[in-house]
Design a protein around this ligand. Structure first.
Ligand code: FAD
Length: 295
């Protein structure tokens, strides 16, 4: 399959991607395959699909790999295999990379992963840059990394860490995907900071459609993102009507995307929480938007 950085460099319009996560139990894999069948990503103009790995630092990498392989063989769509360093040793990394390669996957999103507790340090891979460096040296994988427009939740400084991004790029990062955000200005400030520092690596803007109040509360706490007043009011208005909240959440995300496309983003990455209906309603509209802009 294609290396993702090539997609960014050859496609004239913004790159379209979304994230999925493996089910908690093996038995859930069939219904996830059905979800993907319903979405029909190739027909929907999706350039790549990313598959998360062991959220919370634990986890079963076999399902990530199986899912990534299925995406490529069944749909002919490029897969991005997430991989965290938090529980890796150089030996486990070598083993994992060999298996991922064997499965025909060429793209890895290299992350530190969330720490099991704040004192935990993996001396082999304390930061994502260390994992990126070893992957780059040992293989030909195309490597993506995370970028945080509002700063990482563990870091008291708000806004992106230009030094941190430079380290990731120096270690071998080929493209970046942003954490989701609900206020586009934070993304535009980040774009400006990257431009001022001559950072030209392609970046996809992460957008998460809000589908429930509980989801917003959990996610914004986990990542420390800010909620604009308009969004808070929207959640209040529809908090007792889940269908209307979902509809309004999708509309909000589509407005965000329209504005991001107007600001010349390299790509849009949807965090659609394995919800086929959300993807099915958003992807055609995003494609229409992209087509109407004549990139
Ligand atoms: P890093 O870039 O290493 O940053 C971690 C912290 O260390 C930050 O606070 C940073 O400021 C600080 N730091 C970095 N370098 C240095 C340095 N040299 N000196 C001092 N401090 C430093 N998690 C999962 O478990 N599975 C997934 O599949 C997954 N997918 C994700 C996908 C995306 C697009 C994003 C944005 C996040 C994802 N995460 C996932 C969450 C991610 O693992 C956590 O946010 C994690 O806490 C940080 O990962 P990182 O790769 O950004 O780490």
């Amino acid at each position: 399959m294609t290396k993702i950085s090539e997609i960014y460099h050859t496609k004239s319009s913004p790159v379209l991607s979304f994230e999925i996560f493996p089910p908690k139990k093996e038995s859930g894999i069939t219904s996830l395959y059905q979800t993907l069948d319903e979405v029909n990503p190739q027909k929907m103009g999706v350039d790549y699909i990313s598959v998360t790995y062991g959220a919370g630092g634990s986890g079963d990498n076999t399902m990530t790999r199986d899912l990534a392989q299925y995406i490529q063989t069944h749909f002919g769509v490029t897969a991005l295999h997430h991989l965290t360093g938090v529980n890796q040793t150089p030996e486990s990394l070598r083993h994992n990379l060999a298996k991922i390669k064997q499965a025909g996957i060429e793209n890895i999103l290299a992350l530190r992963g969330d720490l099991p507790d704040s004192d935990y340090v993996n001396a082999d891979y304390p930061y994502a840059k260390d994992l990126i460096c070893d992957i780059k040296q040992a293989s030909t994988f195309n490597i993506g990394a995370a970028i945080y427009p509002e700063g990482h939740v563990d870091n008291p400084i708000t806004g992106i860490s230009v030094a941190g991004i430079k380290e990731k790029i120096a270690s071998g990062t080929d493209f970046l995907i942003s954490q989701f955000f609900f206020e586009n200005d934070v993304y535009y400030h980040m774009q400006e900071a990257l431009k001022n520092n001559y950072i030209k690596v392609p970046v996809s803007a992460g957008v998460m459609p809000i589908i429930s109040k509980a989801q917003v509360e959990r996610m914004t706490y986990m990542i420390g993102s800010s909620l604009p007043a308009r969004l808070v009011k929207m959640i209040h208005k529809y908090e007792n009507n889940s269908d209307d909240l979902k509809k309004a959440g999708i509309e909000y995300a589509l407005e965000q995307i329209q504005d991001l496309l107007d600001h010349g983003v390299d790509g849009i990455h949807l965090y659609a929480m394995n919800r086929p209906n959300v993807l099915k309603s958003m992807l055609p509209i995003i494609n229409q938007e992209i087509a109407s802009k004549h990139f």
